[in-house]
Write a protein that binds this ligand. Sequence first.
Ligand code: NAG
Ligand code: NAG
Ligand code: NAG
Ligand code: NAG
Ligand code: NAG
Ligand code: NAG
Ligand code: NAG
Ligand code: NAG
Length: 592
Amino acid sequence: MSSLFSLLLSILLLSPKPSTAFLPRAKLTTSDPQKPQNFHPRSHSQSPSPTKFFEVTRPISKPSSNCLSPSSPTISPANLRHAPTATRYSPPFCLPPRLRRALGHPPRSSAGPSTCSAASRPTSIFGVWLSGVELLRSCTAEPRPDPGIAWTVEKDITRYSSLLSHPQTLAVYVGNLVDKTYTGIYHVNLSIEFYFGEPNKPKMPNVAPGFNSPADLVMPVSRPLPLNDGQWFEVQNSADLQTSEVLFPKNVYRAVLEVYVSFHQNDEFWYTNPPNEYIEKNNISLAGNGAFREVVVSLDGSVVGAVWPFTVIYTGGVNPLLWRPITGIGSFDLPSYDIEITPFLERVLDGKKHVLGFGVSDALDVWYVDANLHLWLDSRSKKTVGELIKYTAPQIELSLISKFNGLDGRFDTVVKREISATGWVKSSYGKITTHFFQTFDFKNYMEFKGNGSDQIVNQTIDFNHGVYAKHPSSVVYSEQVFQNFPLYLYTGTSDQVNDTYSLVSNVTLGFNEKKFSGEKFGFASSNLRNLQNAQGSMHVKGNLVTGGLGSTQQVYKYEGTDGCYFRNVSSRNYTVLYDESGGSCTERLGYF
Ligand SMILES: *[C@@H]1O[C@H](CO)[C@@H](O)[C@H](O)[C@H]1NC(C)=O
Ligand SMILES: *[C@@H]1O[C@H](CO)[C@@H](O)[C@H](O)[C@H]1NC(C)=O
Ligand SMILES: *[C@@H]1O[C@H](CO)[C@@H](O)[C@H](O)[C@H]1NC(C)=O
Ligand SMILES: *[C@@H]1O[C@H](CO)[C@@H](O)[C@H](O)[C@H]1NC(C)=O
Ligand SMILES: *[C@@H]1O[C@H](CO)[C@@H](O)[C@H](O)[C@H]1NC(C)=O
Ligand SMILES: *[C@@H]1O[C@H](CO)[C@@H](O)[C@H](O)[C@H]1NC(C)=O
Ligand SMILES: *[C@@H]1O[C@H](CO)[C@@H](O)[C@H](O)[C@H]1NC(C)=O
Ligand SMILES: *[C@@H]1O[C@H](CO)[C@@H](O)[C@H](O)[C@H]1NC(C)=O
């Protein structure tokens, strides 16, 4: 079926509050002393346009015919306080009835609207869930007193299409936006656009069943409403295993667990955390537990996959002046991570409940984790059978070399892991054997200089994963993803007198991804190189940024069999210095 669904979220912050920014070692509030703090939404039409924040990403290629029903959910204006705002989603009338049936599955869970109560969270992370299935995890932009701020997040949600044909509860939760002192009102419009017709994509050959269409059923693995906060699970320490019982239908022939992850408070900058030994010997108060974290996903106690997450820097992170108006990679649309659990289906096709578990190694308070279970069902049989043939998930191999003398020192952390599983599932499509693998490499070099006033972190995560499916006609389908996340972070503190100091920071953050998929290796392929360089300085008094400068340069290059995109953009203190973009595959790109 050639259809595409996109989620469009436009947000306008009209009544701002000074926002809290988070630094590796300090928590700050930004404000612009020259500008009035009290901004009246009614006078908005006389004011200059709000600053438009944006995350650099490639536009979604949409087929021609569009269906955006007036019955699409809108939360406008919404004063999103501390509890999720729940609303009813109804499929639009312009969705052809035939398609509704083809897409349709009865809703599995529904929940009433939740109550508003105050449970303050120090980060402005937010999520959007449809019947508990997370559609988007995002971060609010840094508020600006005048003229206010606005931004839009657009996401292709085609993979959740089975949910969209029936009325559902749509929940939006925004953390810590409103407190007693500041009453910022976020006006949020959320719409789902439906497109039918040929998307601008090359036709895939007759690929293995389950690999050429979105799942028949998407089940939530999250906390149910009503809640006072997000539907994610909160992992607070390394011993904290969050679990969820799941009942799999008996006729599943493919299953993928999509994991959403974000890290906050003491672990917002987990990759800058030194080993505890350094903290204890120096008797200082810093977030510790070292610089390595992994999210481990288990099924009935067996590790089925891991996530070594991309180091998203939220809009107020490191130096809030860096992310205006270009925001950090992934900060408006946090990446999710897929774990193929098809090889393990043998264990869950018995019609009994099974336990999915989420833990984070060496976690400090707090990690927000939840997942969506994408299931492909055999429409021609009530029961499939499977067998796990091979499975290996040895412990991580971690090496840490520590050298320090007082507050200065160096730490080298190197970690490796491999997880793989092979199993077959017999359905009316025949006996399909699926092999899933993940290989991970982590390198973190950390240095403290100047009696602890300067910190350098140079880190790389390589996260490779793939699936091979062999089906009866001896066709092999494969998907391989090679992800590489470089990060360089320098922070230098100087002129510290009482609670006043200056901070210089440099950031290099990259998200690189190569993908290959198809029946013949390399049939469809893409290569993304997305790199941000940012430099900033700021003067801080107490928790307030009293002045400074932030500059960011970003180059985004995507080349794929489905098209190309290029953007070269730079900003300095709210001003875009240059912005060049193109969609032609012949320009500037030279991959493959
Ligand atoms: C939300 O939609 C309404 C009605 O279409 C419009 O007036 C308003 O400006 C929109 N707000 C945002 C933040 O896009
Ligand atoms: C560690 O620091 C705390 C507070 O700064 C102080 O009260 C305590 O005496 C120190 N301990 C040692 C062993 O120096
Ligand atoms: C380094 O910092 C510590 C703690 O702030 C201080 O006690 C010490 O005197 C400093 N050492 C030097 C050489 O400045
Ligand atoms: C970070 O480390 C890598 C080697 O692991 C090195 O090639 C690179 O130059 C370093 N980056 C910086 C900015 O020091
Ligand atoms: C720092 O604090 C001390 C004690 O409160 C005060 O005497 C001193 O004047 C302050 N220094 C500055 C530069 O504000
Ligand atoms: C930080 O960035 C500035 C400007 O690009 C550069 O001059 C400086 O050498 C960088 N410092 C470090 C430690 O990365
Ligand atoms: C950049 O913005 C900061 C904070 O608003 C301000 O203090 C600084 O003067 C600005 N610098 C320039 C060069 O515009
Ligand atoms: C991006 O644009 C700047 C300014 O025009 C230019 O100096 C730089 O070389 C460009 N980078 C790329 C990768 O095209």
